[in-house]
Design a protein around this ligand. Structure first.
Ligand code: C2E
Ligand code: MG
Ligand code: MG
Length: 691
C-alpha cells in the first residue's frame, strides 16, 4: 500500500467517527437522486436508519409538498461540476414531520472518489421554531392572540401596494371601546380582559376572512376591510359593527354595556401611504368620539378646515414646548378709580409654524384632554417666575401676576409643593401670585380643592374665581369657599346695554362682593360706556381691550414703567397685515356663500372637505371673505373657493394676505389670487356679468 493510500484509508477511519458525531447529516446521491451514502446522524434527527435509505431515491423520503425547493436546488447544480449552493429549506418527511435545514449542495461529479452530489444537512428546526415564536410574540397580542400594531403595519403596507397596483379600495377602521379603562379601574383587569375576549368573539363571528382584525392598543381594534366598493359599503359595515355591541356583555355577575366609536379611512381615496392612512382613521375616530357614543365617522366626508386644524394642533401640541413655540402674553388689570395697573394676567399663546398665532381657546382643551396641560402649566409657572424676578430686579414689580389653572392640574401629585418649590427656585416669595380657577372646579371634588386652596392661601397665594357667572354653582359656593377675587365674565358687559338683566347682575355681584369683602374684577371692558357704568357702580377693578389687549412681555414692561394705564378707544380695525388691495372691486350687497377649503399647505397637497365662508367682494387681484376660522397669513397655505355666481359654478384660488378679527373666532380676510389661466377666465366672466 502506497503512503497516499495509507493516508486515505486512515483519513476515512478518522472521518467516520467525526461524521457520526457531527450534528449535521452528510449524504451523497448520484445524478438520479439515489442515496449512495448517508451519515448515521440522520437516524438521530429523522428516525430513518441509514440502511433503510441507502440505495433508495432521496425523493422517497421527502413529502411531495415540500420537494419543489429541493428539486430546484438540485437542478441548479446538476450540470455544473464543482458548483456549490446553500439555502434554508423546509422539509416534510414521509412520516409528516417538519424540519428546517440549512442545506449545502456541492456537485462532486468529477471527483472520482465521490462521483455524485454531496449534501450537507444542518438541522435548524429548533432555531427556526424559536424565531417563529419570538416573531409571533412580538407581532401578536397576548390576550386575544390577534395581530398587533406591528403586524398591522406590515399588512397595511402590502395592502396599500396591492390597492395601488390593482386600482382597488380598502378601508382601515379604527374601532374604539369606550369606558374600558373605567371598567378596568373599577372591576379589575381580569374582568376587563374577559370583556375584551367576548368583545373580540362577537367581532370574529361577524366577519369573514376578508377582514384582518388586529388589536391596535388596549382599547382599540383596527380592522382592515378589503374589497369594498365605496363609502356605502363601509357605512353599512360601520352600522353593523355598532349593532354588534347593542346587547350588554355578561362577565361574572356583571352586566356590562359597551359603547364603540369608529373612525374610517379609505385607501387610496383618503391616503395611499401607511402613516397618513392611519392618521386619517385616527382623526376620523377623534371626530366620531366628539359626536358621542356609538358613532362612526369617515375621514374625508364632511371634514372641514376647523376639524383639520384641530387635528393638526392635537398632533403638534406635544412638541410645542421643546420647540419653543409657546409664549406668555400679559394683560393688565387696572384699578378703575386710579387707573393703576394692579395685576397682570398671564395668557398663553402658541406660535405654530404653519397656523401662526393660535389662541388658547383652540388648544387648551386639547392640552387638558391629553394631560399635556400639566407640562404646559409647569412651563408657564417657570416663565412667569422668571419674568417676575426680572421685574423685581429692575424695580418694576409692583404688580401681582395671575395664572390660569385647569382642574386637571390640581390633581397632579404634589401640586402645591411643586408650585412652592418652583417659586422658591427663583428666590422670590409666593405672595405675588394669583391662581385663577373656574367655578366648575369647585363642584367636582370640593374637599380636595378646598384643601389645596387653603394650603396655597396660607402661603400668600391669592385665589381668583374666573369667568364668574358662566358656571352653575356661583353663589352657594361662595359661602363655603374663601376666594380673594371674583372675575366677572365678559359676557355680562357685552350684553349690558341690550339686556337689562346683565346690568342688574353686574350691580348685584358688585354689592355681594363688597359685603363679602371679596375684590371684584370685571372682564371684557371694551367701551367708555361700559367703563363709566362700572365706575358709577364703584367697581374695584377691570380688565379689557379698552385698557390693553394681552401683549408680549416687552410691551408690558414698557407699560409697567408708567404704572398707570389710561383707557383708549379701540381702533376701528385690527389688521395684521395692512397691505390691502386697491383694485376696483365689486361689492356684493349680500355676501356670496362659498365653500372654502385648503388645497395646499407648506407645499404639501391636502385633501379635506369644505368650510362655509362668505365672499364680501371681488376685485381682479383678490377677494375679501369672512370665515369662522383662524387661518395663517402667508403664502404657504393655498385656499380654494367654490361658489355659484349667476348660474355658474366657479372656483377661485389664492393666498390669504391680511386678516382682521371681527368677533370671537370670526375673521375677515383679504385673499390674493393665484392667477392662473382658469382664475383669469373666471374673473373675466364675473367682471363681464357685473358690468
Ligand atoms: P380667561 O382666563 O377668561 O382670559 C381672558 C380672556 O379674555 C383672554 O382670552 C383675553 O384675551 C380675553 N379678553 C380680555 N379682555 C377682553 C375684552 O375686552 N374683550 C374681549 N372680547 N376679550 C377680552 P385668551 O387670551 O384668548 O384666553 C382665553 C382663555 O384661555 C382664558 O380665558 C383662559 O381660560 C385660557 N387660558 C389662557 N392661558 C391659559 C393658561 O396658561 N392655562 C390655562 N389653563 N388656561 C389658559
Ligand atoms: Mg383668566
Ligand atoms: Mg376669564
Amino acid at each position: 500500500m502506497s503512503d497516499d493510500n495509507l493516508y486515505a484509508k486512515n483519513s476515512i477511519d478518522y472521518i467516520q467517527p467525526l461524521l457520526n458525531d457531527s450534528s449535521d447529516v452528510f449524504e451523497i446521491i448520484d445524478l438520479n437522486g439515489t442515496i449512495r451514502y448517508i451519515s448515521q446522524t440522520v437516524e438521530r434527527i429523522t428516525g430513518y436508519h441509514p440502511n433503510e435509505m441507502i440505495g433508495k431515491n432521496i425523493l422517497d423520503f421527502i413529502h411531495e409538498n415540500s420537494a419543489n425547493q429541493f428539486i430546484s436546488m438540485l437542478k441548479q447544480i446538476l450540470h455544473e461540476p464543482g458548483k456549490r449552493i446553500k439555502d434554508v429549506i423546509h422539509i416534510v418527511t414521509m412520516h409528516g414531520v417538519h424540519y428546517d435545514f440549512v442545506l449545502t449542495m456541492t456537485n462532486h461529479i468529477n471527483n472520482k472518489s465521490i462521483n455524485g452530489i454531496l449534501l450537507n444537512w444542518c438541522d435548524i428546526t429548533k432555531l427556526v421554531e424559536m424565531e417563529r415564536n419570538l416573531e409571533y410574540i412580538s407581532t401578536h397580542d397576548e390576550l386575544t392572540n390577534l395581530p398587533n400594531r406591528i403586524l398591522l403595519n406590515k399588512k397595511l403596507y402590502h395592502e396599500i401596494e396591492k390597492a395601488k397596483q390593482n386600482d382597488i379600495l380598502f378601508a382601515l377602521i379604527m374601532l374604539d371601546i369606550d369606558g374600558l379603562k373605567y371598567i378596568s379601574d373599577i372591576l379589575g383587569e381580569q374582568i376587563s380582559n374577559r370583556l375584551i375576549l367576548q368583545f373580540h368573539e362577537r367581532l370574529k363571528m361577524f366577519f369573514d376572512k376578508n377582514v384582518f382584525i388586529s388589536r391596535y392598543s388596549d382599547e382599540r381594534f383596527a380592522l382592515l376591510v378589503s374589497y369594498i366598493t365605496g363609502l356605502d359599503d363601509c357605512e353599512k359595515l360601520a352600522k353593523d359593527i355598532i349593532n354588534l355591541y347593542e346587547k350588554p356583555f355578561m362577565v361574572d355577575k356583571y352586566e356590562l354595556d359597551i359603547y364603540v366609536n369608529l373612525g374610517i379611512s379609505i385607501c387610496p381615496n383618503d391616503a395611499n401611504d401607511l402613516d397618513r392612512l392611519k392618521r386619517h382613521a385616527d382623526y376620523a375616530l377623534t371626530r366620531s368620539k366628539e359626536e358621542g357614543k356609538n358613532r362612526y365617522q369617515f375621514y374625508a366626508r364632511d371634514m372641514d378646515i376647523q376639524h383639520y386644524k384641530h387635528f393638526s394642533l392635537r398632533n403638534d401640541l406635544r412638541k410645542s414646548i421643546e420647540r419653543n413655540e409657546l409664549i406668555v402674553y400679559y394683560q393688565p388689570m387696572v384699578n378703575l378709580e386710579t387707573n393703576q395697573i394692579i395685576a397682570v394676567e398671564a395668557l398663553l399663546r402658541w406660535e405654530h409654524p404653519i397656523w401662526g398665532m393660535v389662541s388658547p381657546l383652540e388648544f387648551i382643551s386639547i392640552a387638558e384632554e391629553t394631560g399635556y396641560i400639566i407640562d404646559i402649566g409647569k412651563w408657564m409657572l417657570h416663565e412667569v417666575c422668571k419674568d417676575y424676578k426680572r421685574w423685581m430686579d429692575t424695580g418694576l414689580a409692583e404688580v401681582l401676576v395671575s395664572i390660569n389653572f385647569s382642574s386637571i392640574q390640581l390633581y397632579e401629585k404634589g401640586f402645591v409643593e411643586n408650585i412652592l418649590k418652583t417659586i422658591e427656585g427663583y428666590d422670590i416669595t409666593p405672595n405675588f401670585l394669583i391662581m385663577e380657577i373656574v367655578e366648575s372646579i369647585l363642584i367636582h371634588n370640593f374637599n380636595h380643592v378646598m384643601n389645596i386652596i387653603n394650603e396655597l392661601r396660607a402661603k400668600g397665594i391669592m385665589i381668583a374665581l374666573d369667568d364668574f357667572g358662566t358656571g352653575f354653582s356661583s353663589l352657594q359656593y361662595l359661602n363655603r369657599f374663601t376666594v380673594d377675587i371674583i372675575k366677572l365674565d365678559k359676557i355680562f358687559l357685552k350684553n349690558f346695554s341690550s339686556n337689562e338683566t346683565s346690568a342688574i347682575i353686574i350691580k348685584c355681584v358688585n354689592n355681594l362682593c363688597s359685603d363679602l369683602s371679596i375684590k371684584l374684577l370685571v372682564e371684557g371692558i371694551e367701551t367708555f360706556e361700559q367703563l363709566n357704568y362700572l365706575k358709577k357702580l364703584g367697581c374695584h377693578s377691570g380688565q379689557g381691550f379698552l385698557f390693553s389687549k394681552p401683549i408680549p412681555k416687552e410691551k408690558l414692561e414698557y407699560k409697567l414703567e408708567h404704572h398707570k394705564l389710561m383707557p383708549e378707544s379701540l381702533p376701528e380695525e385690527f389688521i395684521t397685515n395692512t397691505e390691502r388691495r386697491k383694485y376696483k372691486r365689486i361689492s356684493f350687497h349680500e355676501f356670496i356663500e362659498a365653500n372654502l377649503t385648503i388645497i395646499k399647505m407648506n407645499d404639501k397637497r391636502i385633501n379635506i372637505g369644505d368650510t362655509i365662508s362668505y365672499i364680501k367682494n371681488i376685485g381682479p387681484g383678490g377677494l375679501y371673505f369672512i370665515a369662522d376660522i383662524g387661518l395663517p397669513i402667508n403664502d404657504k397655505i393655498m385656499l380654494a373657493f367654490s361658489f355659484r355666481f349667476m348660474d355658474c359654478d366657479l372656483k377661485l384660488y389664492g393666498y390669504p394676505i391680511w386678516k382682521k378679527e371681527i368677533g370671537e373666532n370670526k375673521y375677515e380676510y383679504g385673499l390674493e389670487f393665484k392667477i392662473n389661466v382658469q382664475n383669469r377666465k373666471i374673473l373675466n366672466h364675473i367682471m363681464n356679468q357685473i358690468n
